[in-house]
Design a protein around this ligand. Structure first.
Ligand code: UT7
Length: 323
C-alpha cells in the first residue's frame, strides 16, 4: 500500500467588483470586441481598495474547509501559490494561517507565477506521499490588478483578481490508476525566457513594478508546451487524451485553451472554461475553475482531471488526478 493525495474539499472567492470589457474603452485604445475575440474574456473581478491577496485566499480557504467538513486545525500544511503576496515577507500562507485561526502546522508560498497552482499541487503531493503532512490546503490567490500598467492595452485588459483552494488528504492506495487522488506530475521551467513575461519591479528596484509581456511570444510557447506537458503527465501513467474526463486549464486565453484541447484530442465539452468571467487570474485560475466546475456539476467523483498551466519564468507543468 502507498499513500495518495486525495481531494477532500474545494472552494473559491471572487471580489465583489465586476469589471466588464467596456470599462477599458475609456482607459486605453481598445474595444469589447477586440478583447472578446482575441482572448475570450468578457469581464473580470477586481479586489476592493485595501483587500489583499491573503484576504481573498483566506475566504477561499474557509469555503474549501466548509466543503470538506474540516476545522482549520485539522490542516497540517498551507501552501499559497501567488506572485502578489501582500508583503515581500512574511508569506501570504502564514497570513492565511493566522486569519484562519490556526495554532499548529506550517505554511509557505510557492512562486511559479501562472504555473503556481500546479507547482503547489506537486509540493502538496510530495508532502503527503512522504508522510510529512496528512492534510494540505493548497490555495491559488492573486491580485494582479495591482501589477497593471493602465496605459498598456496589451496587458491591462487581460488580468483579474480571485482565489481558489483545494484540500488534499492522505489515503491508502494499492497504486491503481482507478483509485482517487493525484496520479501524475510533470513540471518544467526555462529561465532563458525571462524577458517575454516579467514584472519590472521588486527589491532590486524599490518599486512594486508592472507586468510586462510579449503576448504573441508567450502565446506561441503556451500552445506548444501545454499539450506537451499534459501528454507527458498522462503518458507516465499509461493514459492519453481519450481517457480524460475534464481538462481544467490555466485560464489565460480561450484560443490557447482550444488549441491545447485540440492537440490533446479532447473535445471542448470536456474542458472547464471560466476565462470569460474571470480573465487571467494567474495562480488562482485553476483552483477557481476546479471550484466553479465542481459547482456547475461538471467535475464528478471518480473523474480523470488534467490541470495544466504556463507562466512567467517560463515555468509550466501538468498534474493528473482522479477527483
Ligand atoms: O498567464 C500567463 C500566460 N499568458 C498568456 O498565456 C497570454 C498569451 N498571449 C495572449 O493571450 C495573446 O497574445 C494576447 C491576447 C495578449 C494578444 O493577442 P494576439 O492575437 O497575440 O495579438 P497581438 O499581440 O499579435 O496584437 C495584435 C494587434 C496589435 O496591433 P498591430 O501591431 O497588429 O497593429 C496590437 O497592438 O492588436 C493590438 N492590440 C490591441 N488592440 C486593441 C493589443 N492589445 C490590444 C487591445 N485592444 N487591448
Amino acid at each position: 500500500m502507498t499513500l495518495r493525495a486525495v481531494v477532500k474539499g474545494v472552494g473559491h472567492y471572487l471580489p465583489d467588483r465586476v469589471v466588464p470589457n467596456a470599462e477599458f474603452e475609456s482607459l486605453v485604445d481598445t474595444s469589447d470586441e477586440w478583447i472578446r475575440s482575441r482572448s475570450g474574456i468578457e469581464r473580470r473581478h477586481f479586489a476592493a481598495e485595501g483587500q489583499t491577496t491573503s484576504d481573498l485566499a483566506a475566504r477561499a480557504a474557509r469555503a474549501a474547509l466548509a466543503d470538506a467538513g474540516l476545522d482549520p486545525d485539522d490542516i497540517d500544511a498551507v501552501i499559497v501559490a501567488t506572485s502578489t503576496a501582500d508583503l515581500t515577507f512574511p508569506s501570504a500562507a502564514t497570513m492565511v494561517q493566522a486569519a484562519l485561526g490556526m495554532t499548529r502546522g506550517f505554511a509557505f508560498d510557492v512562486q511559479a507565477v501562472c504555473a503556481g497552482f500546479v507547482y503547489g499541487l506537486a509540493n502538496a503531493n510530495a508532502l503527503i506521499v512522504s508522510g510529512q503532512a496528512r492534510r494540505v490546503l493548497v490555495i491559488g490567490a492573486e491580485t494582479f490588478s495591482r501589477l497593471m500598467d493602465w496605459t498598456d492595452r496589451g496587458t491591462c485588459v487581460l488580468f483579474g483578481d480571485g482565489a481558489g483552494a483545494l484540500i488534499l488528504e492522505a489515503a491508502e492506495s494499492a497504486g491503481s490508476i482507478d483509485d482517487r487522488g493525484i496520479l501524475s506530475v510533470d513540471l518544467h521551467s526555462d529561465g532563458r525566457h525571462k524577458n517575454i513575461l516579467y514584472v519590472d519591479g521588486g527589491v532590486s528596484t524599490g518599486t512594486t513594478g508592472h507586468l510586462r509581456m510579449e503576448g504573441r511570444e508567450v502565446f506561441r510557447h503556451a500552445v506548444e508546451k501545454l499539450a506537451e506537458t499534459a501528454h507527458a503527465a498522462l503518458d507516465k501513467i499509461g493514459l492519453s487524451g481519450a481517457d480524460v474526463d475534464w481538462i481544467v486549464p490555466h485560464q489565460a486565453n480561450i484560443r490557447i485553451i482550444e488549441a491545447t484541447a485540440k492537440r490533446m484530442q479532447v473535445p471542448m465539452d470536456r474542458v472547464v472554461v471560466t476565462v470569460q468571467d474571470h480573465g487571467n487570474t494567474s495562480a488562482a485560475s485553476i483552483p477557481l475553475a476546479l471550484s466553479v466546475g465542481r459547482s456547475r456539476g461538471q467535475i464528478l467523483p471518480g473523474n480523470l482531471v488534467v490541470t495544466e498551466a504556463i507562466g512567467g519564468g517560463l515555468a509550466w507543468g501538468a498534474v493528473v488526478l482522479r477527483w
